[in-house]
Design a protein around this ligand. Sequence first.
Ligand code: A2P
Length: 291
Amino acid sequence: MDIHTTKKLNNGVEIPYLGFGTLRCKDDDETINAVRWAIEAGYRHIDTAAGYGNEKSVGQAIHNSGVDRKEVFVTTKLKPDDDMLPGAQMKAFEKSLNLLQLDYIDLYLIHWPVAGKTLEAWKGMEEIYKSGRARAIGVCNFSEIHFTELFHDAKVKPAINQIELHPHLSLQSLVAYCEKQGIAVEAWSPLGGDGGKLLDAPVLKNIAVKHGKSVAQVILRWDLQRGIITIPKSTHQTRIKENANLYDFGLSSAEIKTINDLDKDPRRFGRDPNSMEPQNRCYLVLRLYAV
Ligand code: A2P
């Protein structure tokens, strides 16, 4: 396995396991530099979103890199706002294409489930997929209940579920469910995000010292060995390189289990997709009864 190793999605498209995340990156030179450093370090998978507001900078960095467009796997996402309304997806997608200065996207994702809107929005996603300008489509932040609802109507199965996933939130039953459904799992905020303090966890530090690696590297290796696509973010060149230097060591199954066990103390650092408005919960229950 190396930085170019890919996972085959359920439609045959190949995605590099290691990607570069840009959550919390702004539309500015810092982001342009970070994406440039990532590509220089060998990353060939860049993740952005309309909702991050940084697509222009991400696109500029990809263009400036001189690397062939076909060599870089680019993901962006549909915003969970009016862009989720019926018929709005193609326009939103084209806006992302324009900002990124690209004529196709490798992976286009619904950013958050929005009760009452997701099913119609997925129809728009399917249209985009059929147009050939998104090589794969998928979702983010879905749990089993959201998939049950989606499968009721969907013609194209999502290729990916991108979720908050790290040692304090390993979501093992959701991961097993996605695997059974042929939906690849991708971890956002794999290092615990901004204020997670995950990198200070003594259990992880012990494993890192044993391997002569950093805690960040141990966490990312834990993702890779479990078949999880992972997209660490950093705006520091040394960390960007460090997070790509994952291929000269391996975790034992006992170490993987030790890391898995951190989930006994679950901590979510981002928004919880299951804590929805009460009226949305009612809507979902009604939909499920209708299945
Ligand atoms: P920075 O951009 O200042 O390097 P996520 O879990 O969402 O990928 O976020 C990771 C967070 O941890 C970021 O805020 C990033 O901050 C920081 N980070 C990324 N890589 C490393 C690393 N190798 N060591 C320490 N901190 C890191």
